[in-house]
Design a protein around this ligand. Structure first.
Ligand SMILES: Cc1cc2nc3c(=O)[nH]c(=O)nc-3n(C[C@H](O)[C@H](O)[C@H](O)COP(=O)(O)O)c2cc1C
Length: 319
């Protein structure tokens, strides 16, 4: 049931990847997702080498099943160091996050025999990583939490599917079985989910962060470059809104710098919770097993209602 090419590639039961989440997804979440039949992914963005080694060891204590590490290529030294740690630890799967487009991260990881799934925001980027040897491509729409591009998931996924020959995973705005089945209908062979997994018992997002996700409406997120210098979708705060308004009215670099520093000073009070637009639909804390079960069972019911058959066919289960 619900078996696609992605399951064979990754060695998992269900075509469900838990997107790496800095600040919300540690070993407990990652292992819980892998134990429930999906693929958990550890984040490395912002963490030290020591932390990554410890997180991999801890995850191994909690699961014997495959899990992945996410590497964001924020410079050649970082990339080399994290790649070495991943190889030494015997982790076989890496997803790559948004970083310097010039860094040959995919070919470096492929040379080390690692299965690589880059996250891309556009067809051009998908073609580039496919040429570098990506095993599958995660097409992530602008409604996702975290670093985002401009194209939404609905138009992005089928265009990436049409452009490349490797399996495509849909990410951004997927929160339940309807989103999963829609992604398969667009030609994806699986999904990557982030925001929904913040509101799980196993996520190590602090309580206030989970609460913000539960309370958020679909209109409460915004995209800003004030946090990392690149566009990030996050639950809006007054300071971040002020920064973006200043940017739009053409404020000087000095004014913007002052607002960024104000944002940092007030961050403790306003507390930035990175999450995607699907947060509006997330209204309870569940266990990871319950989320995955709901996705898988819900997809089976939807297939039945639509009069479709779940099949083993590789790339595009609904075509
Ligand atoms: C709190 C948070 C932190 C994230 N951190 C990372 C990260 O470190 N690396 C990465 O590649 N993606 C990161 N992402 C993106 C997710 O891996 C995933 O692609 C995205 O959440 C999918 O969209 P959704 O939030 O609509 O489910 C993050 C997302 C969230 C919500």
């Amino acid at each position: 049931m619900l078996h696609t090419a992605l399951c064979d590639l990754l060695g998992v039961r269900f075509p469900i990847i838990q997107g790496a989440m800095q600040g919300a997804g540690g070993p407990r979440l990652v292992a819980a997702v892998s134990n429930a039949g999906g693929l958990g992914v550890l984040p490395t963005f912002g963490g030290t080498a020591l932390q990554l080694r410890a997180d991999i060891a801890r995850t191994r204590d909690l699961t014997d099943l495959p899990f992945a590490v996410n590497i964001t290529p924020i410079g050649a030294d970082f990339l080399l160091s994290r790649t070495r740690i991943v190889i030494e630890a015997g982790v076989r799967i890496v997803t790559t996050g948004r970083g310097d487009p010039g860094t040959p991260i995919v070919s470096m990881l492929k040379e080390a025999g690692i299965i690589v799934l880059p996250v891309v925001p556009s067809v051009a980027h998908a073609l580039r990583v496919e040429a570098e040897g990506a095993d599958a491509i995660i097409a992530s729409g602008g409604e996702a939490g975290g670093h985002v591009g401009q194209v939404a998931t609905m138009p992005l996924v089928p265009q990436v599917v049409d452009a490349v020959g490797v399996p495509v995973v849909a990410a951004g705005g997927i929160g339940d079985a309807r989103g999963l089945v829609a992604a398969l209908a667009l030609g994806a062979c699986g999904v990557q989910i982030g925001t929904r997994f913040i509101a799980t018992e196993e996520s190590d997002a602090p309580a206030w962060f989970k609460q913000k996700v539960l309370e958020a409406r679909e209109t409460d997120t915004m995209v800003t470059a004030a946090l990392t210098g690149k566009t990030v979708r996050t639950i809006a705060t007054p300071a971040l809104r002020e920064y973006e308004q200043a940017l739009r009215r053409g404020a000087t670099e000095d004014e913007l710098r002052a607002l960024r520093s104000r944002h940092r000073r007030t961050e403790a009070g306003e507390r930035v919770a990175v999450a995607g637009q699907i947060a509006g639909m997330v209204n309870r804390i569940s266990t990871v097993a319950a989320v995955i079960d709901e996705l898988v069972q819900g997809a089976a019911e939807l297939y039945e209602r639509l009069g479709l058959e779940l099949s083993d066919r590789a790339h595009a289960p609904l075509t």
